[in-house]
Write a protein that binds this ligand. Structure first.
Ligand code: G6P
Ligand code: MN
Length: 446
């Protein structure tokens, strides 16, 4: 099988390749083609992969290319993890919002809208090339904002594109571990949109054990989401929210905690150092990558954890391998027909009552040789459904704005978002993003 990795010069690509190396079952990926707009970043990541492959006699072959069609032609699977505008774009996504007193986050709130507006046309172009060159390929989309981008690509590829995120499985692992249960033996009732979902139940041997977790102070303290949001609040909700819900439930505190450097600004130094170091000393590729990875993981959501005294991240979370584990599990389930249940971003259909059928939702799915089937969920109570409906309406407005280049729709998307508090501010956001991000200006030339 051929795997095309779009965003192949990205920092997390070695995680995916490492998981491929550990995967012994057949059929296997024999060829990995890394595609990126930057040849320099591709070469650096190829050095890391070469070091990872050393000592494995049947390591998948690696090739790099800056030609999208070359990467996609006859691919069996396509991983898409691109960042249009790079880290400079991410920093602008965060900064512009903060300068207007709003949440500065790459996927949640105005930053996510700016990210989406410039990414939608690129992702749809990718989808069109996949349809032309690898019509039978499965596309696994990590590109953020993942729900929105998966929904946009579905317009071309239908059920052949599936969105993934590591945050739901991370939450489920933490919840199971806090109760001393094997995460592989619990079934989660997790529902929502990407970066906007709740774990409402956790069934173990036919019984919902979530109430037991919510009632237990000591166990709750082991779950990062409960530390971030507070035991009282998760009990009131009767659910464990995805970590990104912190930005909705504690918006004011989140904004206040972002007075220093943004995440994009924090990552800039280590990232630039890593690519430069490996370019100059390819022999040190793996050491440099490991060092940078540890630094990056340890500082994830650091402001939120500091602001809430949530403390350090758990060692288990740093080792769990969420991102690449999900991608590999999904590929294995589809290509080998091994049935599995996974939380994925898929077309709603009738799974979540109250949301449009065509909306992409993040819910448990049955995966197997025939593809991915959304499992029906219990109706969402109003306190969750209202937020999900509003944010989905925003996402769909972003998609339409990105596809049509309509400034009116772009401003509407900002204005309709629950974390933007004025229509006038929405206009200012749009103007400021357009001025700061050339890739976004290109979508709205008027
Ligand atoms: C989590 C989210 C991803 C996001 C990443 C950002 O893993 O699920 O969607 O891309 O965090 O991490 P970073 O280290 O880049 O801030
Ligand atoms: Mn994610």
């Amino acid at each position: 099988m051929k795997l095309a990795v779009l965003g192949g010069g990205g920092f997390r690509v070695p995680l995916v390749y490492g998981a491929l190396l550990r995967d012994r079952a057949k059929p296997r990926v024999e060829e990995v083609v890394l595609y990126d707009v930057s040849r320099e970043r591709l070469d650096v990541i190829a050095h890391v992969l070469r070091r990872l492959a050393a000592g494995h006699d049947d390591a998948p072959a690696v090739r790099v290319t800056t030609d999208l069609d070359d990467a996609l032609r006859d691919a069996t699977f396509v991983f898409s993890a691109i960042r249009v505008g790079g880290l400079a774009g991410r920093t602008a996504d965060e900064r512009v919002a903060l300068e207007l007193g709003l949440l500065g986050q790459e996927t949640t709130g105005p930053g996510g809208i700016a990210f989406g507006l410039r990414t939608v046309p690129v992702a749809v172009h990718v989808a069109e090339r996949v349809a032309a060159l690898a019509p039978r390929a499965w596309v696994i989309n990590f590109t953020n904002p993942a729900g929105m981008i998966t929904e946009a690509m579905r317009g071309v590829l239908g059920d052949r594109v599936i969105g993934i995120c590591d945050s739901p499985i991370g939450l489920i692992r933490r919840a199971a571990a806090a109760l001393g249960l094997d995460p592989a033996r619990v079934s989660p009732d997790y529902v929502g949109l990407n970066h906007l979902g709740w774990l409402r139940g956790l069934t173990y041997q036919g019984q919902d054990v979530l109430p037991r977790l919510l009632a237990d102070d000591d166990a709750l303290r082991q779950v990062e989401e409960a530390r971030l949001l507070g035991a009282d609040w998760v009990r009131t909700l009767e659910a464990l929210p995805n970590e990104y819900l912190y930005y909705y439930y504690f918006t004011r505190e989140a904004v206040a905690s972002m007075s220093g450097r943004t995440r994009g600004e924090v990552l800039r130094g280590p990232q630039d150092r890593f690519y430069a170091a490996v370019r100059d000393r390819p022999g040190q590729a793996l050491e440099e990558w490991n060092r940078t990875r540890r630094e990056r993981d340890a500082t994830y959501m650091a402001e939120a954890r500091d602001a809430t005294d949530a403390g350090e991240r758990d060692a288990a979370d740093l080792e769990a391998g969420g991102y690449e584990g999900i991608a590999l599990a999904l590929m294995a389930a589809i290509s080998r027909g091994e049935p599995a249940t996974m939380i994925l971003n898929v077309r709603n259909g009738t799974a979540v009552p109250g949301l449009p059928a065509d909306a992409v939702v993040e819910i448990p799915c049955a995966v197997g040789g025939s593809g991915v089937h959304a499992l029906a969920t219990r109706p969402l109570p109003g306190r969750f459904l209202g937020l999900v409906q509003q944010v989905k309406a925003v996402e769909q407005t972003v998609i339409e704005a990105g596809l049509t280049g309509s400034p009116r729709l772009a401003v509407a998307a900002f204005a309709l978002h629950p974390l933007v508090d004025s229509v006038a501010t929405a206009s200012r956001l749009f103007d400021a993003y357009r001025a700061r991000i050339p890739e976004l200006a290109a979508v709205f030339p008027g």
